[in-house]
Design a protein around this ligand. Sequence first.
Ligand code: PHE
Length: 336
Amino acid sequence: MDNISNVQKSFDSEKSKIKNLNFLNEIKVKYLGKSGEVSLLMKNMKNISPQDRPAFGKKVNEIRDYIESNLAKIETELAEKEKKAKLKKEKIDVTIPVKINKGSLHPITTVKNEITEIFTGLGFEVLEGPEVETDYYNFQMLNIPKDHPARDMQDTFYFSDNLLLRTHTSPMQARTMEVKKPPIRMVCPGKVYRADDDATHSPIFNQIEGLVIDKKITLCDLKGILDEFVKIFFNKNTKTRFRPSYFPFTEPSVEVDASCSECGGKGCKVCKGTGWIEILGAGMVNPKVLDNAGIDSKKYSGFAFGLGIDRMAMIKYKINDLRLMYENDIRFLKQF
Ligand code: PHE
């Protein structure tokens, strides 16, 4: 009987120290657990004389009920208290004004949209193609067989011998000619990749391909379209100039410059004193490419061009290091 009242005394003195649910659980185990104080009392039963056992058992049950109900009461109180504290701590004042930084389009995206819209305005449809391309479409269909020296300038990232990150948007010329019948008038904007990395070359950049195929298309049509384009993109006084060039998939091929929109052709920092800025490569689609894609080169002709979107953005925003475009520094991006 003394043991029983000792358990009660020690519980009473510990109960006032219960200040959180963790400690409450410890106390619960200590008194009511499998080898807790109350169980120990029960185990003692065998040492009690038979006539005293009922009274002893009753007492033990009472003390167990006492501890249980006390702990239950403390538990509800504590749970309520902890809930209140949590609610107080996590309270959100929905009336505090918040400043939300709105996102905006990346300068390259803006320029890409602008260029694409100019061409849709001129009657071109917009197509997109895969960035992971096959050697077949990226090179072979464009008259660049394996071991062709033109591959040197277009080294890229290979997944396997035949699978690579496209080096230009030109594979979309071949893909389009394979599935569409002339007349074709399409532009294809998109990301392209090369093993290049310096102030004016990034391993990832953007081009927009243009392709027109119909009867009697000539270099004059190319000139006409590009003249119109530069007038809309830069300003109405902008002119183009064609310089002879070489691409395996166009014949003849040209490099196209636009007169410098900054100085009007007099020569300045933007055009490095020349009055002209190179903007794209172009030419008449090589008859071999037409035939490769199943278009009769005796009946149809066409022109193609590949415009560097990043270059256009650099000129437009007077940015001299292309890498800034890809670092995604918020201080840079905020300016657009
Ligand atoms: N694909 C060429 C390049 O990336 C550009 C080009 C496109 C040239 C279409 C001619 C015709 O350099």
